[in-house]
Design a protein. Structure first.
Length: 276
């Protein structure tokens, strides 16, 4: 037999509503003579904030779990909440995707039914022009309000410059078929374009050469930057991989298939990569 709904449950919400949410759950509990834990449970299950404030209320309750500054988050919330073309869940999806760059996570946080593939659902939403436009608007607001500070920009350019295509796709059938890895496992902010081809998914990463050019100039002016060590290590690894690849090609063309760079030390490879 189903449990009878407590009449105090609706009273609790009315008190919360009357005070425009500016009342503690403890005070509501005292007024109704029920436990604070019970009031807290009613608030979550009955979605009080969403009833009072729509998407703004939902985002306010979840804002702590997003990697953005609160003052900027409010600007993003106000922008997405003004979009009358989107449903409440679509607004939430746009907000979380624009701030975390992960469609599957955005789907779950937006409250969609995840009994189906969140990856596929996220992919479908990202194909809608109105969703694409809103995400573009939110990213513009984020950048204009300096959500990303100088240090974050350098870190992002390092990610772009040294991104490996293998982190984003899986290759099968002898290298003929390429499929995108699950959205949970990749940073989609590093992808500039995705398209379907006869041989599977085709993706284009953000401009690596532009990122490398920026980093080279930046570190020439800021040699003591905290990201310099990471940049040097990744650049050295990149150059080392190139040299080893050249060595493999050299070996395959020769008689003994010997890599001419395999015996060099890290310092020797570094000097060679720098043209010394």
């Amino acid at each position: 037999m189903p449990r009878v709904r407590s009449p105090e449950r609706d009273k609790a919400f009315e008190i919360y509503k009357t005070h425009e949410s500016n009342i503690s759950l403890r005070d509501i509990a005292k007024e109704l003579n029920v436990s604070e834990k019970t009031i807290s449970g009613w608030k979550v299950k009955d979605k009080w904030d969403e009833k009072l404030n729509g998407v703004f209320g939902v985002l306010q309750t979840k804002i702590r779990s997003t990697p953005i500054k609160k003052q900027v988050a409010k600007k993003l919330i106000n922008s997405v909440d003004d979009n009358e073309e989107l449903t409440e869940k679509e607004k939430l999806f746009c907000f979380f995707y624009a701030t975390e760059h992960n469609a599957a996570k955005a789907i779950r946080k937006a409250g969609y039914d995840t009994s189906t593939s969140s990856r596929q659902m996220g992919w479908s939403l990202l194909q809608k022009p109105k969703i694409q436009q809103e995400i573009k608007n939110l990213k513009k607001i984020r950048n204009e309000t300096l959500l990303v500070d100088g240090s974050d920009i350098v870190a992002k350019y390092i990610e772009i410059a040294f991104a490996d295509i293998g982190e984003f796709v899986s290759i099968s059938c002898g290298g003929n078929i390429m499929t995108l890895k699950p959205f949970d496992d990749i940073d989609t902010s590093l992808i500039s374009q995705i398209s379907n081809t006869a041989n599977g998914i085709s993706i284009k990463l953000a401009d690596k050469m532009k990122a490398l050019d920026f980093l080279q100039k930046y570190f020439m002016l800021n040699p003591m930057d905290k990201h310099k060590k990471e940049y040097d290590e990744k650049r050295l690894k990149l150059e080392k991989d190139k040299l080893l690849l050249q060595g493999d090609e050299y070996g395959n063309a020769g008689k003994d298939n010997t890599n001419p760079y395999s015996g060099l030390t890290t310092e020797e490879l570094k000097r060679l990569a720098n043209g010394e």
